[in-house]
Design a protein around this ligand. Structure first.
Ligand SMILES: Cc1cc2nc3c(=O)[nH]c(=O)nc-3n(C[C@H](O)[C@H](O)[C@H](O)COP(=O)(O)OP(=O)(O)OC[C@H]3O[C@@H](n4cnc5c(N)ncnc54)[C@H](O)[C@@H]3O)c2cc1C
Length: 291
């Protein structure tokens, strides 16, 4: 809600957004899933019939989850940040001394590293996971379908009305690497046409289990690779972490909507550091009281 309030133009509604709970493969049954949605305050409407052919599911919930408008976001921040934004500039060097922090040889008071742990390593137990999503062309305004909960899959719209992503909790992750450099090397060298074709078959088989006519309706148009930074542990933690080290602030952003958490923590850290020492200012109340 906060994201929509602050950036109303940067996301849009999904005409029909279905969360479906598979009867056999879900880790959580339908009543429990509904209970979690309700207790989290997420609006949904249970429906008996979907406008598309879905099989093997014990229930369907229509949600108000939206889709990010990537190109609008790019234009928006480009305009807002103006000449302060330098795209295509790799930070190679970062040194800190008593006078400031030097980024590629230029002095700043403070630096916020928002590279998701790809430049400065966060002081946390993290790993790097290259990922593969697949883009498909499909019918305009086809419903979004997310199978929950567990090692399942999803067909989700993008900001182009006929392009969708297919992702799978099982097949989208490509490996686990302890360093960002190794994860990049893997993504850039090992994601070959053969691997993409193999993953495509696996993901299409996965989604066809619940959407049997997926292959008839959708045409593969290309892959999208990325690298996720995650915390070790089975808790699937997607919280936002902000670490403060001297003049360096390292952000691990979690999900997109955690930008507000990051902003608040960064401002709090700066306020604490540069807000000034006010401990020697004492109360003037006695002087101000009427006599
Ligand atoms: C497959 C996948 C699915 C996801 N699905 C969702 C979802 O459904 N909902 C959701 O909210 N989130 C989702 N996420 C997470 C979301 O993408 C991230 O939370 C978000 O992109 C984080 O934004 P960010 O700007 O913090 O980091 P990033 O988008 O990772 O940006 C970091 C930037 O730092 C730059 N950089 C790195 N090193 C340097 C350097 N040395 N010098 C200069 N620049 C550098 C990189 O080029 C990059 O542009 C998903 C992520 C993946 C990979």
């Amino acid at each position: 809600m906060r994201f929509i309030e602050r950036y109303p133009a940067l996301s849009k509604e999904v005409a029909c957004n279905i969360y479906a709970v598979p009867t056999i493969d879900s880790l959580i049954d339908l009543p429990t899933y509904k209970l979690i949605m309700t207790s989290t305050g997420i609006a949904y409407k249970e429906v008996r019939e979907a406008p598309i052919n879905l099989q093997g599911v014990s229930g369907m919930l229509l949600t108000d989850e939206r889709v990010l408008c990537l190109e609008r976001s790019r234009v928006y921040f480009h305009r807002r940040l103006g000449s302060a934004l330098h795209l295509g500039t790799r930070v190679n060097r970062l040194e800190e001394d008593a006078n400031g922090v030097w980024v590629n040889g230029r002095r700043f008071d403070v630096v916020v590293d928002a590279t998701w742990g790809h430049f400065l390593r966060p002081p946390a137990d993290v790993f790097y996971e290259p990922t593969l999503l697949l883009y498909y062309e499909g019918p305009v305004d086809h419903p979004a379908v997310t199978l929950v909960d567990g090692p399942l899959c999803s067909v989700y719209p993008t900001d182009d009305p006929s392009i969708y992503t297919l992702s799978s909790v099982t097949h989208t992750p490509l490996g686990i690497f302890s360093s960002a450099v190794d994860a990049h090397a893997f993504r850039d060298n090992a994601v070959t046409a053969t691997l993409i074709e193999q993953k495509r078959q696996q993901m299409e088989t996965h989604i066809s289990r619940y959407m049997p006519d997926f292959r008839d309706k959708f045409r593969f148009v290309g892959p999208q690779t990325a690298i996720k930074t995650k915390l070790f542990g089975n808790h699937d933690d997607r919280s936002c972490y902000v670490f403060h080290q001297g003049r360096k602030i390292i952000v691990m952003s979690g999900k997109v909507d955690t930008i507000f958490v990051a902003t608040e923590r960064i401002l709090a850290a700066l306020e604490a550091e540069y807000g000034g020492d006010l401990l020697d200012v004492s109360s003037t109340l006695k002087r101000e009281l009427p006599r």
